[in-house]
Design a protein around this ligand. Sequence first.
Ligand SMILES: *Cc1c(COP(=O)(O)O)cnc(C)c1O
Length: 367
Amino acid sequence: MNGDPILLTPGPLTTRLATRQAMLRDWGSRDPAFVALTAELRARLLAVAQGEATHACVPLQGSGTFVVEAAIATLVRPADKLLVLANGAYGERIAAIAGRLGRPAQVLRWPEDRPVEADRVAEALRADPALTHVALVHCETTTGLLNPLAEVAQAVAGAGRHLLLDAMSSFGAIGIDLRSVPVTAVMASANKCLEGVPGLGFALVAREALGRAAGVSPSLSLDLHEQWLGFEKDGQWRFTPPVQVVAALVEALRQLEAEGGPAARLARYRENFRTLLSGMRRLGFELYLDEAVQAPIIATFRMPRGRPLRFASFYDALAARGFLIYPGKLTRAETFRIGCIGALDRRDFERLLGAIEATLAASGPAA
Ligand SMILES: *Cc1c(COP(=O)(O)O)cnc(C)c1O
């Protein structure tokens, strides 16, 4: 893989050469060839979650946060009220978005190492009839924790409310079947488990909810209803599309299919995670989360006790060996993160573990 570093991050992440090669061409954004590519993109994204019968795919320029903000702006009306389920930074970000948009919201919180509990969600919905929507983060990238989507979706649908799912770091690996799991909107982006390059997000939105969303968004560019109408009218993007990013994502989606779909991808990530975890334990690092709630997407480790190791020097030493790790994002514990996603397999993690072992040896013996 040439001289590029191995990215052990939640995205942008290590991509396949073919994905990057798909960007080596210019596309006219209104040309039929690019209109066809956009149609393939939308159809493939919808198919990943089996949403063909019920949902529409609305891609949007920007990073993942742009599409989360657009979905809240478009689907939650000023007279609605959003219940945000938060056990990490991304849940808190949704609450901040609702605040900026002036949408009434209530935040239900759990500690960063605890999953969201569906019975507390059901209770909150019973207690406040004004609540119309619930926002859940599927995999909380802050820690790598997997929230119980099926249970929460049942609680929300059972109470007759709408679920908005931030599936940014799960989509493409952890299965979401829209035929059986009731979700009004799923938001994700190109550069995580889909293994594309950064520059676009997308929402899979129930067509019935999109149809009722005309004129709701206070933003011109972050309006998924108008964005959708543009695609439905002539297959074109409303504003300049990131054409190379689209081309790379279509290539990445073809590779996802060739790999065997999300289940096969998850199996590869799980093998990456198992390799990483057993090696890290051998080297004296502890996983921050209980394994029972850990998704094989990104792992948070505690800095080893009794070792004079600071994140900055650990990072630099690994970067010099070609591996880029990720800082922690926890409010309390001293941690760092290692992503298990991207075009990487077990052998990459074995080499990473060798680099970590060498770094530890160079930093002196444990105290
Ligand atoms: C990556 C991510 C986002 C979006 O972050 P961007 O930096 O805007 O791409 C949102 N939610 C979760 C859970 C994420 O992992």
